[in-house]
Ligand binder design. Sequence first.
Ligand code: FAD
Length: 286
Amino acid sequence: MIIENIFKEKKPVVSFEIFPPKKEAELNNIDATLKTLAQLHPDFISVTFGAGGSSADNKTVELAKKIKRDYGIEPLVHLTCISNSKEEIRQILGQMEDAGLKNVLALRGDMNPNVPAKNDFRYASELVAFIKEQGDFHVSGACYPEVHLEAPDGIADIRNLKKKVDAGAGHLVSQLFFDNNVFYDFLTKVRIAGIDAPVEAGIMPVTNKAQIKRMVTMCGASLPDKFERILEKYGESKEALFDAGMVYAINQIVELISYGVDGIHIFTMNNPVVAGRICDGIKNLV
Ligand code: FAD
């Protein structure tokens, strides 16, 4: 199934994101997570590519194969280019082709001081164009409602996003955000810029105060006052923050669906309990 086409048939599309476990033994345990996620019937599951990841130790394609073969769910394979050469990217695309995997989320990847850049690609748009030359792949891209941290301003960032779409990205997944108004403003600008590709809203259900503080610093997302108050009040109680975090994410999703967004992409952090709570909260809306 081509992911772009799911958006022609369904609204909203609901997808999950998972990451490959670091250790080989954990890759076997991922079945318990996948089994629960599969019962929630996501439209597709995206699999991250290790930050600064080299092609040699990447388990992304392996896990994507498992998702398709054992669970019959379409995977979206993340692929980063800053630390990979054209030849390495070709090899990964070859592995994908052999496994019948057609959908790629083309990313630049974050600069990692421990993994030198290979200089074959500067931007994700160059990777998108390269993948399109290599075969019959369907390419997605990332976008940033609160502006990518390295972009000089929002206009430049959207101009660059347009280059990525013009290079062949037919579907966009947003960075996480906690204020829906930020996403609506972004979407308006994206459409004014002439970008017609479906844009999925990235939702991060929060379960841990320290983790979320770290994440927002890394990705530049802002925390609205009402969210800060929740962290302040429930941040020290695991159970209370879990409840509050799930309700916050469900409220965000309900509002986004009523607004008419193309899709919701849930960063599950490989936690089936989280995905289950969210899906249960929206089961009659999608
Ligand atoms: P780009 O689209 O290349 O943009 C990067 C910066 O360059 C932006 O500031 C943009 O404005 C600017 N730019 C783009 N084109 C041009 C141009 N032609 N001229 C000048 N400036 C330009 N990282 C991982 O390592 N693994 C993952 O699996 C992963 N998954 C992700 C999933 C999602 C949904 C998102 C939102 C991000 C993910 N990331 C992942 C993080 C991502 O790699 C980083 O955010 C990275 O810093 C930017 O990647 P990009 O593909 O958006 O880059």
